[in-house]
Structure formats: structure tokens, C-alpha cells
Design a protein around this ligand. Structure first.
Ligand SMILES: [Zn+2]
Ligand SMILES: [Zn+2]
Length: 369
């Protein structure tokens, strides 16, 4: 027997147990009372638990990947302390951490390749712009840094081929005739363009060196307002490689980097999936806990309401109506959490349908629910 019957009026109890109509009560009225009592009983009896008991038990699985075996014990680190011995990456998946042989980026790998063949150009991407290397001791010329090359040029006396190269960049107007002889020179009246032109000529030359070992250099066009960084690329990756056949070393390097890229992309993608699923799992859990809590609180309030109304001598029909209204208000409180629950459940459903078994396992998401 439900608790609420203890507090109910005799009339309500009578209606609930389906006894005959009271004195002076019509059959319709009696039926209404019976239904009202049944409604009250149903509302009082529902447990409404979305949430299983074991959900309240602490998740025994460890969320963080284990720290590296060799790493020192974690401790709090002073603000001013250098980052050295304190492992800051313990929350990263293993493959992201420092001991990963694939930690080198593409630029580093290309740098090592370049250093093997032309040590002078290894730090090209970090070097100052070429015009900054022009000095008195070099005769105010830009001199190629490669030891085996004696290429150089002077912006105030361009050779024929250099003048052509500048024109080929679409910079006809900056090549002017020298005052004295037949030499052409770069016009310095726009200093920014002048310097960029020197840079472009230098990079144009360095690119020839790099192309011979299968590396392509890109640099900003002198007229470009956006100053893109100097960058290098592997020639076998280009849609139309310049030199064929390319050195075997660079072909192998390229294949290895692309393979690493593929593996790493897959790992990162999986890791994002794992994080999404963990977020969804926690969100679903949080929504369930809150929905259950709100429902339990609401049930207590309904019990109070019913008891108070019967105590005040209200008729069973009035009590049922009051209860309906309270029920509507209670449902409104749940709307937000219901939406949360639906959203997170949809993510989990999506994940179960598409994620790999290992992703589901890392996210501690059971494959079926
Ligand atoms: Zn050179
Ligand atoms: Zn040249």
C-alpha cells in the first residue's frame, strides 16, 4: 500500500479501493474520484530512477594514462622554477610524449636532410633575411654561404642574368640603368622593395642548391603585402617535381614522413574521439544524476503536497488537480537536464556506431547499452 493512503481522507481511500459510491454521489462523480485516486497513486508510486545504483559508485578505472616509468614523482612546482624535472606531460597519451621517435616535425626532418648535404643551409629558416648578411667585408655583395659555391651579386651592379631574374619576378620598374657604365642596378628609392628584392635574388639562388638535393624553397614575393615565412618542402611531394630522378635519400625521407604523418594523424584523430566520448559519457552521467535527484526531490514535494491537501480536507479530485499542476512545474525543472542527456546520449550513440573498439575502450564507453 502506498504511503499517501495513510494521509488521505476516507473518501479518497474509498474511491481508491473501488468501493461503491458515497451517499448522494452520482456514478460519474464516483468514477472521476476513482480515476483521480488512481492518478495520485501512480504519481506517488513512480520511482523515476534513470540512474542505476552502481552509477553512484566511484569509477574504479584510472582516467589518466600512467606516467613514464622513469619519471620522478609529481610535485607542485614554484612559479619561478624552470620546467626541467617536473613532468608536465603525464596527462598526454604516450605517443605524444617526448620519448616518441616521431616527435620531430617535418621542418626538423628536412633540416637534418639538408645538413647532411649542405651544412651551411641547415638553419636557413632561422637565419636573418639575406640582405642582413651583406657587409663591408663581403664587398657589399650578397655572397652565397655554400662553401663550394662562389656565387655573389651586388645590388648596385647587377649582372645580366640577375637583372633578368628580377624582371622575371614582375619587377621591371625596379631595374634601372647605372649612372656610369652599362650595368643595371636595383632602384633604392623604395627601400622596402629594394631590400625584398635582394632577399628574393638570394633565395632564388639558394633554391637552386636546395632543389639539387630534392628540397624546394618558398619565400615571399617582394611585392606581397603579407610577409609569409620562408619555408621548405620535399620535392617528391610536389605535384610536378623539378628534377628527375630525385636523390634516393629524399625519396625515402619523403615516404617515411608521409607514413609517420598518416600514423600520427590517425592517433590524433582517435585521441580526439576518445576525449569526445569521455566528455559525452561524463555529461550523460551528470545529467542522469541530476535528473534522478530532481525527480526524487519532486516526489518528496508531491507527497508533502498530497498529505497537506488531504489534511486540509480537500476532495480527492482537487488533490489530483493540484498534483497535476505540481507535476507540470516539476517537469519544467527537468527540461535542461533532459536536453543535456539527449545531446550526450546522441554523441555516445554516434561513437558506438563508428568508433573503433580501442577508442571505445580508452574512453571507457561500453560497446552497447
Ligand atoms: Zn651558391
Ligand atoms: Zn644567381
Amino acid at each position: 500500500m502506498s504511503n499517501w493512503l495513510h494521509t488521505a481522507t476516507p473518501e479518497a481511500r474509498r474511491a481508491f479501493y473501488g468501493y461503491g459510491a458515497c451517499e448522494g454521489q452520482g456514478a460519474d462523480e464516483h468514477m472521476r474520484d476513482f480515476l483521480a485516486a488512481a492518478y495520485i497513486d501512480a504519481q506517488m508510486a513512480s520511482s523515476d530512477a534513470l540512474h542505476r545504483n552502481e552509477d553512484f559508485v566511484r569509477d574504479p578505472h584510472q582516467e589518466l594514462p600512467p606516467s613514464r616509468d622513469a619519471s620522478p614523482v609529481r610535485r607542485e612546482c614554484e612559479e619561478s622554477e624552470p620546467l626541467g624535472p617536473v613532468p608536465r606531460d603525464a596527462h598526454w597519451p604516450r605517443w605524444m610524449r617526448e620519448d616518441n621517435p616521431r616527435r620531430y616535425g617535418r621542418d626538423d626532418e628536412i633540416r637534418m636532410h639538408v645538413e647532411d648535404f649542405m651544412p651551411e643551409l641547415g638553419d636557413l629558416l632561422d637565419q636573418a633575411r639575406p640582405h642582413e648578411h651583406m657587409g663591408e667585408e663581403l664587398g657589399a655583395r650578397w655572397v652565397c654561404p655554400v662553401a663550394t659555391c662562389d656565387h655573389s651579386f651586388c645590388p648596385h651592379a647587377l649582372s645580366r642574368s640577375h637583372a633578368l631574374a628580377v624582371r622575371a619576378l614582375g619587377l621591371d620598374d625596379i631595374v634601372v640603368n647605372g649612372t656610369g657604365g652599362s650595368d643595371e642596378r636595383l632602384d633604392g628609392s623604395n627601400p622596402r622593395l629594394f631590400l625584398r628584392c635582394i632577399d628574393a635574388l638570394a633565395w632564388l639562388h639558394l633554391q637552386e642548391h636546395l632543389l639539387s638535393i630534392g628540397v624546394r624553397l618558398t619565400w615571399p614575393h617582394p611585392r606581397e603585402r603579407y610577409w609569409e615565412p620562408v619555408a621548405w618542402w620535399l620535392e617528391p611531394d610536389q605535384p610536378s617535381p623539378r628534377y628527375a630522378p630525385l636523390p634516393q635519400a629524399v625519396v625515402r625521407l619523403c615516404a617515411r614522413l608521409n607514413r609517420n604523418d598518416e600514423v600520427e594523424s590517425r592517433e590524433v584523430r582517435d585521441w580526439i574521439q576518445v576525449k569526445t566520448l569521455r566528455w559525452a559519457r561524463r555529461g550523460q552521467h551528470r545529467a542522469r544524476v541530476n535528473i534522478t535527484r530532481l525527480r526524487r526531490e519532486a516526489r518528496t514535494r508531491r507527497e508533502d503536497l498530497v498529505a497537506r491537501m488531504f489534511e486540509a480536507g480537500e476532495r480527492v479530485l482537487t488533490v489530483a488537480r493540484g498534483l497535476m499542476q505540481r507535476r507540470r512545474q516539476d517537469e519544467e525543472l527537468l527540461v535542461g537536464w533532459r536536453l543535456e542527456h539527449a545531446m550526450h546520449s546522441a554523441y555516445l550513440k554516434e561513437g558506438r556506431a563508428h568508433a573503433s573498439a580501442s577508442v571505445l575502450a580508452s574512453a571507457r564507453v561500453p560497446a552497447n547499452e
